[in-house]
Design a protein around this ligand. Structure first.
Ligand code: UD1
Length: 416
């Protein structure tokens, strides 16, 4: 039961409500460790990465309750101890706990975090910057220990932009002694959400959403209630599903103002996109203009997380296209699987060249990471015949019941 069977050929119609953001909820859940008391996180997505983060918090003595999309984290029983290594290793965001735990306890040892295999994904930036904040770091074969009786504010000039390092260093800095400057800081909306959460708890952070963050350490943070914003990548996924399968769907709650580059790309490729106050109306599949070049970049550029989803759209467009991946060095794992469905895609260095084909056909294909897995599902919606996408657990890391959502939009698919 770790697969999805898709019968291609149905177009999509109706409305889907966009879930809360995975990449915002994970660092915010880690940030609750900085606060003594009960935080309430609304609109928390029901996905396996969140489940693992909550398990990690529980293993640290926190009490966690979930009532539908509301998660309550009570950190009053916190006691530093070993975290379950299966949860640490399964997702990259466990690294967020380093900044938070170091600030809270002055010491943390853990295994190297896991996550999707989309490149080397080292954490050297995180650890180097923590050294600058006065921490001692000892690296071992499978993990590392970081220690600092008290973190000190510092000017942290990072060699390049990293979302995870920016988040981790914010968590390390909000309770540190003195002022920390992070530059260049990532500007992703999920970082803005983390800053908003911490600011509402009493943190002093300037420059949220810009490339330079100035954080003045405070003594203490207060418990808060915070609503996780909608997931721009999930909204983009259903947008691409509609572009592949055709039809017209409304993406309720889609975070329009954080999707500019994706919406512009969708329009260039022939989708009709109408932005409204409460979401986005998409009409898919007019591939008249669908010859395009997509280049991934840090926010506000085109998100690397959307790249494989647009590859599915481009593979079905009947036109030539090109995707340049500049963020991760190994993010074309979907190519061999799309080729099994009849796509004609070749990879040269960091560029994938998509040649026109008349149709895609159903096939048995393997999800190898989260977004690539979802991309195979949406390609299969438009392929001739039946497809099976195996390794559904990758997709479950980031999507609340994708089968149910797509079925509600008229697609024909089931768990297999
Ligand atoms: C986050 C997102 C992920 C998204 C990515 C880029 C979460 C949970 N994940 O991942 O969905 O695709 O941002 O938008 O929010 N790097 C180093 N050393 C480091 C840190 C990063 O070399 O210490 C490299 C990485 O290997 C990668 C690049 O920097 O090539 C960008 O990575 P980063 O921005 O840190 O991505 P993540 O935080 O892992």
């Amino acid at each position: 039961m770790d697969a999805i069977r898709i019968y291609g050929g149905r177009c999509l119609n109706g409305q889907t409500v966009i879930q809360g953001s995975k990449n915002a909820s994970l660092p915010i859940l880690a940030a609750t460790l900085l606060i003594d008391g009960v935080c309430e996180i609304e609109n928390c997505p029901d996905i396996s990465d969140v489940y693992h983060m909550l398990r990690l918090l529980e293993s640290l003595g926190c009490r966690v309750e979930r009532e539908e999309s509301l998660v309550r984290v009570d950190t009053q029983g916190f006691s530093a101890c070993d975290m379950p290594s299966d949860s640490v290793c399964v997702m990259r965001s466990s690294v967020m706990l380093v900044g938070a735990l170091l600030a809270r306890t002055g010491q943390i040892c853990m295994e190297y975090p896991g996550g999707c295999v989309i490149g080397a994904r080292p954490i050297d930036l995180h650890l180097q910057a923590m050294r600058l904040m006065g921490a001692s770091v000892e690296e071992r074969e499978n993990g590392f220990c970081v220690e600092a009786a008290r973190l000190k504010g510092a000017v942290l000039r990072l060699p390049f932009i990293s979302v995870g390092a920016t988040e981790n260093l914010i968590l390390a800095a909000v309770l540190a002694d003195g002022v920390t400057v992070i530059e260049p800081a990532a500007r992703e909306p999920e970082i803005q959400a983390l800053c908003e959460f911490l600011q509402s708890a009493g943190a002093r952070i300037e420059g949220s959403g810009t490339g330079r963050l100035v954080i003045r350490g405070v003594e203490k943070l207060m418990p808060v209630r915070y609503r996780i914003p909608a997931d721009r990548i999930v909204a983009g996924t259903y947008l691409c599903a509609c572009m592949c399968a055709g039809g017209r769907i409304f993406l309720r709650d889609a975070p329009v103002r954080h999707m500019e580059s994706v919406l512009a790309c969708a329009e260039r490729m022939g989708a009709a996109v109408l932005c409204e106050a409460d979401g986005i109306l998409v009409t898919g599949k007019d591939h008249e203009n669908c010859c395009d070049v997509v280049t991934t970049a840090c926010y506000p550029g085109f998100p690397t997380d959307m790249q494989s989803l647009f590859m599915a759209v481009m593979a079905l467009s009947g036109r030539a296209g090109r995707i340049e991946e500049t963020v991760f060095e190994n993010r074309f794992r979907i190519v061999s699987e799309l080729c099994k469905m009849g796509a004609d895609i070749t990879v040269c260095g960091n560029t994938a060249h998509i040649a026109p084909v008349a149709r895609l056909r159903g096939a048995i294909v393997q999800a190898q990471e989260l977004r690539g897995g979802a991309a195979l599902v949406i390609a299969a919606l438009a392929a001739d015949g039946t497809s099976i996408v195996t390794n559904r657990h990758y997709i479950d890391r980031g999507y609340e019941d994708i089968v149910l959502h797509l079925r509600a939009l008229g697609a024909d698919l089931e768990l297999a």
